[in-house]
Design a protein around this ligand. Structure first.
Ligand code: T3D
Length: 262
C-alpha cells in the first residue's frame, strides 16, 4: 500500500508511525484509518518489528474524524457513517490483536476518535500540554473507536460518563492522576522519552509481551476461572520460547539477558 497520510520509519526494532495531516490537526479520514490499520497488520507479520510507537505530526496527536470528510462543506453526499466507523473498528482490532507492544506518544490534543485511538494503545505517554477530549457529544455523536469500552475500564464508570456526556478537555496531568494514561512528559522531551521506552520494549521478550497483551485483552471479559486457565496456557507457551531459556540462563549466570524475540 502507498502511504499518503502516515509516515513510517523503522529503527532499532521500533516501527514509528506518525499521523501526518498537521494542517487539520491530523484529523483522520478513511484513507488515514486504512493506512494505520494496514501498518499495524503488517507489523504483526514482520519479525524485525518488536514495538510500535504512534504519534502525530505538528501540534496535535489527532483531532478525530475529519469533519470535512464526514460533512463535506460543499454539500456533496457524505460517506456512510457506518463505513467510517467500520474503518475505526478494524484499526482498533488491529492494535489490540498485534502481539507486540504499542506506545502512544500523545504530543498534543487528542479529540474524538483520536483520543480513543490513543487509549487503545498499550502504554500512553502524553506531553504536559496535551489534552484528551471526548468531543463526540459536542457535535451530537456518540463515543466510538472503542471509547465506550476502554474509558470506563480505565477511569471507572462515573468519570467515563462525565467525560463522554460533557465532552470537556481533560489535561494530561489529570488523565495520569485518573489512571487513564501511563505518564506525562515535558513536551520538549516527549519523543525522546517515548522513543526510549519503545526501544527498550523492543529488546524485551517479545513473545511474552504478546502473551501478556493477550491475557490482558481477555481479562476484560473473562471470569476468574477462564482467566486462570488462560494464564496456564500462556505460561506453557512462554516457557517454550528461546527468550525464556535465555532469561533463566542469564539469571543463573548473573548477567543481563539478550532477548531475541523468539
Ligand atoms: O462518521 C463519523 O463522523 C463518525 C465518527 C466520529 C469519530 C469522531 O472522531 S467525532 C469527533 C470529531 N472531532 C471533533 O469534533 C474535534 C473537532 N476539533 C476541535 O474541536 C478543535 O479543533 C480542537 C479542540 C481539537 C483543537 O482546537 P484548536 O483551537 O487548537 O484548533 P482549531 O483552530 O480548531 O483547528 C486547527 C485547524 O484544524 C482548523 O482548520 P483551519 O481553520 O486552520 O483551516 C480546523 O478546522 C482543523 N480541524 C480541527 N479538527 C478537525 C479539523 N478539520 C477537520 N476535522 C477535524 N476533526
Amino acid at each position: 500500500m502507498e502511504y499518503q497520510h502516515v509516515l513510517r520509519e523503522v529503527e532499532a526494532g521500533v516501527l514509528r508511525l506518525t499521523m501526518n495531516r498537521p494542517e487539520v490537526l491530523n484529523s483522520c479520514n478513511r484513507r488515514m484509518a486504512g493506512e494505520l490499520r494496514e501498518a499495524f497488520e503488517s507489523a504483526a507479520k514482520d519479525d524485525s518489528i518488536r514495538a510500535v510507537l504512534l504519534t502525530g505530526a505538528g501540534r496535535a496527536f489527532c483531532a478525530g474524524q475529519d469533519l470535512a470528510e464526514a460533512a463535506p462543506p460543499d454539500g456533496s453526499t457524505p460517506p456512510d457513517f457506518g463505513d467510517i466507523v467500520r474503518g475505526y473498528n478494524a484499526l482498533i482490532l488491529a492494535i489490540r490483536r498485534l502481539e507486540k507492544p504499542v506506545v502512544a506518544a500523545v504530543n498534543g490534543v487528542a479529540a474524538g476518535a483520536g483520543a480513543n485511538l490513543a487509549l487503545a494503545c498499550d502504554i500512553v505517554i502524553a506531553a504536559d500540554s496535551a489534552t484528551f477530549i471526548q468531543a463526540f457529544v459536542k457535535i451530537g455523536l456518540v463515543p466510538d473507536t472503542s471509547g465506550t469500552y476502554f474509558l470506563p475500564r480505565l477511569v471507572g464508570f462515573a468519570r467515563a460518563t462525565s467525560l463522554a456526556m460533557l465532552g470537556g478537555k481533560l489535561p494530561a496531568a489529570q488523565a495520569k492522576e485518573w489512571g487513564m494514561i501511563h505518564d506525562v512528559a515535558p513536551g520538549a522531551s516527549l519523543m525522546e522519552t517515548a522513543g526510549a521506552l519503545a526501544r527498550d520494549l523492543a529488546t524485551q521478550p517479545t513473545r511474552a509481551l504478546g502473551f501478556i497483551k493477550r491475557a490482558l485483552n481477555e481479562s476484560m471479559t473473562n471470569g476468574l476461572e477462564d482467566q486462570l486457565k488462560l494464564e496456564g496456557e500462556l505460561q506453557r507457551l512462554a516457557s517454550r520460547t528461546a527468550d525464556y531459556k535465555e532469561g533463566v540462563r542469564a539469571f543463573q549466570e548473573k548477567r543481563a539477558p539478550t532477548f531475541t524475540g523468539k
